[in-house]
Every structure is written in C-alpha cells, then in structure tokens.
Write a protein that binds this ligand. Structure first.
Ligand code: P1T
Length: 389
C-alpha cells in the first residue's frame, strides 16, 4: 500500500496496514504483549517495551499520519493526553495565544495544569488575524487554534494564523477534532501540528477514548515520540485496533453526518422556539465564507440556543429519545448536551457567557440515523421545552 498513490477513502482502509507477515492476517493483529524478546541485550526486532512502541499502535499511527497528510502520527490514550503532551514542549515563562472557545478540558489544561508551572495563556477571539498578531508577546511560543470551535462553531483562519506563526517563529497547533481530515487539512494550510481527540469522529462509535498528534516537523515528532514514551499517556493496543477499525468508514460516515446536519441546521433556523443556530454551513453564520474556503463541508456539529433558558433546555434534553443526552460527539449515534452544565463546566461563567454559552444553549452531534427520525426527535424536544416554559 505504501508505494501505491491513493485517495482519502482508500487511505482510511489501508494506510499503515499490511497483512501480518507471520500469519497473513488481513486485519491488523492486536498485539497485547507488554514486552518483546531480545536475542541479546538491545538486539530486538524494532519493539522492546509497549509504552515505547507497539505494532498495533504503529499501524494506527501510520494511518493517522496519512489521513492528515503528515509524515508522523503519534497516538495517545486521550485527546487531553495528546494536548498536554504537545504542551509539555513549553516551559516556565512561555506564553500561548488560545482561541476563546475551546473544549472545556483544553481550557482546564491551560488554566489549572500549566498556569501553576508558570506557562501563561491568553484566550482571545482569533477572528481578527491583525489582533492576534498584535497580541503576540516576546515570550509567546505557540498559537492554539480550535476550528470549528467547541461549542460555538467559530471558524478561525488557519492560513492566516500560519502566516503569523511563520513571521513570529511560533508553533501553530490546530485541534482538528470537529472537522476531521475529511473536511479540513490544517497541515496543508501551514499548521505545525494537528491534534485530535480520536474519541470522536475518527473512532466514530463512542467506544474508545483516544488522541493523536500529527506533524511533518521531524524535530517536533522526535520530541513527541520521546514524551509519549517518557510521560506514558499511551493508548492500549485494543483501543488502537478499535480506532483503526473505525477509521475505515470515516469518509462514508462524515458524508452522512454532514448531509443530515445541513438539513437539520436549516430546519432549526426556521423554528419559532429557536433564538440562534450556530452552524458554519448557514449563510447567517459569521464564519460561513471562511468555512466555505477552508473546509470541504461544514461538519456534523450544531449548537442551538432555544427560548426559555435552562428550564426549556433541560426539558428538551430529557425529552429527546433518538438524540442521547450525553457528553462527547462524533459517534454514529446522535448526542445532545448542555455545554454550560456538562462539557464546559470548567470554564468560568463569565468566560462562557462572553462567547455565548448560555443556559439555553444545546449542542447537537448529528449522527447517521434516519434524518426524518432525527427531525421528529427535535420536535419531541421542542414540544417538551414549550410545555416546561
Ligand atoms: O476527551 P478526550 O479524548 O480527552 O478529548 C479532549 C478533546 C479535545 N479537543 C476537542 C475539540 C474535544 O471536543 C475534546 C473532548 N470533547 C468532549 C468530550 C466534548 O463533549 O466536547
């Protein structure tokens, strides 16, 4: 496979994977061994200890790298594990510019883990590249961009951020979890590293927690491989296998996620109980033009602010039956959640409200069930919300 030029859907199924040389097994074996035989001290077949390297993980890392058009993929035990390992490249006194709307757990890493070590983060609306350029300080080392952002679906200009990063010698990290490489390729737009929670679309079945970093920067990859081994936030071989299995259908799944999300976003926009719909595919979305340029399609995530605040939003989330009220996203099943109480509870109320995460905001991860059933389910939610108000 490695020597054959291939398009995305083919890479999803084959990249990083060869039939097992010892048995001919077509699907990658799950190598559970924690340790590997050495003919003599140091004389091994490429693997010595599973934290340092594992054949199932190597296959996953090869596939992930190929999908992002990267030279290197480094897999982790969670998206937060990938994020924190990448941020371990920073040291006391360093400063990072971070988008003002990021996953609550990412905010928490900056605010509660790195800050006590003297690494400072400024959270800002990155919609204006000029303002980002102005905010760079002499000690700024990194730009951290999540686009589309979680949960407000803000769109930031990756190529413009890459230009600033280049001018100021910064590392540009893009969390590509919401878009996936099906819809957006940050490395091709100039990012240094891409971060994923593979828990989401890449695995796609809500049965693994995992993460990854992809980069074509050899020195950064070497450092990340070192930290992966030294810090040890590694995924299990079984989870690597599961993500590899999920990746095979990534392209097909994303096409259906997008199709249903586009349709539901339009439906929500015209609903009388809806105050605001945040979906980059809508012309009303401030990032629509940029999303149309930067992404191949607007994705499967929608946030919606409904009338009636917390009482209505709670009633809605209790009433839906096809959408499951749960954290996370990107699985084949539809999920709905309340960011202020659930995924973004670790962000202070004022910071949440400044970006629009209010009590009436519901985030939808549109799954690949029948689109009519999903629409009926939203109606069920709206009827309950109205009755509660
Ligand atoms: O949950 P974990 O695999 O550690 O991934 C963290 C993470 C990183 N980046 C983004 C954009 C994310 O959305 C997440 C996890 N997000 C959720 C669990 C959620 O419901 O938003």
């Amino acid at each position: 496979m490695a020597s054959v030029p291939a398009k995305f859907d083919t890479l999803c199924i084959h990249a990083g994977q060869e039939p097992d040389p010892s048995s001919g097994a077509v699907m990658t074996p799950i190598v559970l061994a924690s340790t590997f035989v050495q003919d003599g001290p140091g004389a091994h077949k490429g693997y010595d200890y599973s934290r340092a390297g594992n054949p199932t993980r190597t296959a996953l890392e090869g596939c992930l790298a190929a999908l992002e058009g990267a030279k290197h993929g480094i897999a982790f035990g969670s998206g937060c594990g990938a994020t924190s390992t990448l941020l371990l490249g920073l040291k006391t006194g360093d400063h990072v510019l971070v988008g003002d709307d990021v996953y609550g757990g990412t905010f928490r890493i900056f605010d509660r883990v790195l800050k006590p070590f003297g690494v400072e983060a400024t959270f800002m609306d990155m919609s204006s590249p000029a303002k980002v350029r102005e905010a760079v300080r002499p000690n700024t080392k990194m730009l951290w961009v999540e686009t589309p952002s979680n949960p407000m679906l803000k769109i930031f200009d990756i190529a413009a951020m890459a230009q600033i990063a280049k001018e100021k010698s910064l590392l540009l990290a893009v969390d590509n979890t919401f878009a996936t490489p099906v819809l957006q390729n940050p490395l091709a737009l100039g990012a240094t590293a891409v971060v994923h929670s593979t828990t989401k679309y890449l695995n796609g079945h809500s049965d693994v927690v995992g993460g990854a970093i992809m980069t074509s920067d050899d020195a950064l990859a070497e450092r990340m491989h070192f930290l992966q081994k030294a810090v040890g936030a590694v995924p299990s071989p079984f989870d690597c296998y599961m993500v590899l299995r999920g990746l095979k259908t990534l392209g097909v799944r994303m096409r259906q996620h997008v199709k249903s999300a586009e349709s539901l976003a339009h439906y929500l926009e015209s609903h009388p109980q809806v105050k605001n719909v945040y979906y980059p595919g809508l012309v009303s979305h401030p990032g629509h033009a940029l999303a149309s340029k930067q992404m191949r399609a607007p994705g499967g995530m929608i946030s919606v602010e409904i009338d009636g605040g917390l009482v209505a939003a709670s009633a809605f989330l209790r009433a839906v039956r096809v959408f499951v009220c749960a954290e996370s996203l990107g699985g084949v099943e539809s999920l709905a959640e309340h960011p202020a109480i659930m995924t973004h509870a670790s962000v202070p109320k004022e910071a949440r409200e400044a970006v629009g995460i209010g009590d009436g905001l519901i985030r939808l991860s549109v799954g690949i069930e029948d689109e009519g059933d999903l629409r009926d389910d939203l109606d069920r939610g709206f009827a309950a919300a109205k009755a509660a108000g």
